[in-house]
Write a protein that binds this ligand. Structure first.
Ligand code: PA5
Length: 403
């Protein structure tokens, strides 16, 4: 990975602003070396052992063999990582075999009716993921498809085709897994959804999609070497916030990263958006959004700073008019936009990965999780709880019980 936290920031950050947070940041970084429970994803070897990996790979290859479609049912942090990685490493147009379809991320009956119709003649398997095992959207959709599977297949065949990924022993999903003897994988209780990208919550869907989880884990492990850069990134975000830049635009020039940005938004927003603090993350797909939001960012209310996730190498071809590859033209646009936005008072931080591959995304995922945790600590909030989400879930539960 490469970082440029200088070229398009320079004049906008003063030495005394850095001094204000440097000491605190050093103390925060120490937490990563002390094996804190909440930071256990930093030492994921503890949680994903070879036996578990082998089990995942074997089951994934069996389900890939017998399925036309695999439904991944989950929501929020427990689903976003898989969506992000599968989108980033799949073809735009070639349908994968088996096809991976995400469901449970909303309550659209329109979607579910169309989906059931689409699945009628297809062989289907399911991986349902919920750390709590009780999330309403996930359970509602899973129960629907569970009954649908029992109508379509024998009990034995359903058992072969459903995998439950959960953490709790008393959640409804754990109950179903025990009752029907479904295959089961475990999300460690201590890891919140958005930090579960290195657990079976994400690894299993990746394997089901045919991605290389070993290389992803290796990348994540090596990504730990960027702890200092992750800290610097967290500190610069904090400084921009003090300057009134309360919105971070995650900008991408490759739309395959669209869902990866959704995952990044999830990690930052749910980690630091508490106690009336935090930076609101938004997604900018460039060059498309240069023709809309770009105007605001350059000349509107100066409340935005940008973070570009750049890709060093993509497949490309030469454009005759410029005698240059399209990817180099894209990079030239990227730099020019950074300059234009800096001229308008909007600083840009650049994070560059090698390519659209498992190892690069492992590094990037680790980098963002480390920085989101450090950024939250700089806001003096707990990165690993989500009291607002818990509260909304309770209110919804109460309303549904009153129906
Ligand atoms: O990051 C989080 O903790 C949340 O976004 C959860 O992943 C989300 O609410 C889903 O929860 P669960 O995995 O318990 O179904």
């Amino acid at each position: 990975m490469e970082f440029d936290f200088n070229t398009y920031v320079k004049k906008l950050v003063k030495k005394d602003e850095i001094d204000k947070y440097s000491k605190e940041l050093d103390t925060i970084k120490e937490k990563f070396y002390h094996g804190l429970n909440e930071l256990c994803w930093y030492d994921m070897n503890k949680y994903v052992d070879n036996k578990e990996l082998k089990k995942m790979l074997n089951l994934a290859s069996e389900l890939r063999r017998i399925s036309d479609v695999i439904l991944i049912i989950g929501i929020g942090g427990s689903s976003m990582g898989a969506q992000a990685l599968i989108q980033a490493m799949s073809s735009y147009f070639k349908k994968s075999k088996p096809e991976i379809i995400f469901v449970g991320t909303d309550l659209s009956s329109e979607y579910l009716i169309d989906l059931q119709h689409y699945l009628k003649e297809k062989d289907v398997s399911i991986n349902v993921i919920s750390k709590s095992g009780d999330t309403m959207e996930v359970l509602t959709v899973f129960e629907l498809f569970q009954s649908w599977m029992y109508k379509k297949y024998s009990e034995e065949e359903v058992r072969r085709r459903i995998i439950v990924t959960t953490s709790s022993y008393d959640g409804k999903l754990a109950y179903y897994a025990t009752k029907h003897e479904y295959h089961k994988f475990h999300i460690p209780n201590i890891i919140s959804g958005r930090y579960s990208i290195l657990t079976p919550a994400t690894l299993l869907p990746m394997a089901l999609a045919g991605l290389d989880i070993v290389s992803f884990l290796k990348g994540a492990k090596e990504g730990r070497m960027y702890l200092n850069q992750a800290g610097l990134y967290a500190m610069l975000r904090r400084i921009f916030f003090d300057q009134g830049k309360v919105i971070e635009g995650f900008a991408i020039y490759e739309p395959k990263l669209s869902k990866f940005v959704e995952w990044s938004k999830q990690v930052f927003a749910e980690s630091e958006g508490k106690e009336h603090k935090g930076i609101l993350p938004i997604k900018l797909i460039y060059t498309r959004d240069l023709h809309s939001l770009g105007q605001f960012i350059q000349e509107g209310n100066p409340i935005v700073f940008e973070t570009v996730i750049s890709i060093d190498r993509t497949r490309t071809f030469k454009v005759d008019k410029y005698q240059e590859t399209l990817s180099n033209i894209n990079h030239t646009v990227e730099k020019s936009v950074c300059q234009a936005h800096l001229d308008g008072g909007c600083p840009t931080l650049i994070i560059k990965i090698g390519g659209l591959d498992e190892h690069s995304f492992g590094e990037l995922a680790m980098f963002f999780m480390m920085s989101a945790a450090m950024s939250s600590y700089l806001f003096h909030v707990n990165p690993f709880d989500q009291p607002g989400v818990t509260k909304y879930k309770e209110i919804v539960g109460q309303s549904l019980r009153n129906l």
